[in-house]
Design a binder for this molecule. Structure first.
Ligand code: GRF
Length: 205
């Protein structure tokens, strides 16, 4: 499945997806990596692997709509069939989502619907939850509010700092995102309204 990734930062989730796709346990081909940040490490990694990159910076596109129109054109040019957000720090507008004729997934570092938005790990610590984790979900027009595909819980330890909790959640993210994408591309994900059913298939956990 021809897949695009959008990332704004270091790109560790992109790396996990790329590695899984190279090991053939994830039947996707990452054909394009885009960012709103010209210096995103994810772009450098994509270039190392010869993957075409695109920069759609807010400086060049002060209007979100114009930026997203260009993104869509770029994705159509690459014949994208699946879009994975991996630390992409902008909320996609409803026109983009409506016009995209491919699924869009995101990963978020909390057990949604708790702690959407920025600094989810800090929010979890400040609230005092004993368990947090990560969520892979379809992207809809809200903030981290789309139908949930998979979640993994991560205990919050008494001695946790924002960094230590983020690090343990990130390790879970690197397992969970490829797993969710594998289920989707294997036809094991069925959306029924807000609920997502995972159909079991031999060979898949
Ligand atoms: C991850 O924690 C992800 O859940 C969130 O942004 C962070 C991106 O990290 N949406 P990376 O760039 O993939 O390392």
């Amino acid at each position: 499945m021809r897949t695009a990734v959008l990332a704004s930062g270091r790109g560790s989730n992109f790396k996990a997806l790329l590695e899984a796709s190279k090991k053939e346990d994830l039947p996707i081909e990452i054909v394009a990596v885009g960012s709103d940040q010209p210096r995103a490490a994810a772009l450098g990694l994509a270039k190392e692997f010869g993957i075409p990159t695109g920069v759609f910076s807010i400086r060049d596109y002060p209007q979100r709509q114009a930026q997203e129109e260009e993104l869509l054109i770029w994705m159509r040019k690459h014949r994208v069939e699946l879009l994975l957000l991996a630390g992409y720090m902008r909320v996609l507008g409803s026109e983009f989502i409506q016009q995209a004729n491919f699924p869009i997934l995101n990963i978020h570092p909390s057990l949604l619907p708790s702690f959407p938005g920025l600094h989810a790990q800090r929010q979890a610590l400040e609230y005092g939850v004993k368990v947090s984790g990560c969520t892979v979900h379809f992207v809809d027009e809200g903030l981290d509010s789309g139908p949930i595909i998979l979640q993994e819980a991560v205990p919050v330890l008494a001695e946790d700092t924002e960094d230590s909790l983020s690090q343990r959640i990130l390790e879970a993210e690197h397992r969970l995102y490829p797993k969710a994408v594998r289920l989707l591309v294997s036809g094991c994900v069925r959306r029924v309204g807000r609920r997502v059913q995972i159909l079991q298939q031999e060979g898949l956990e």
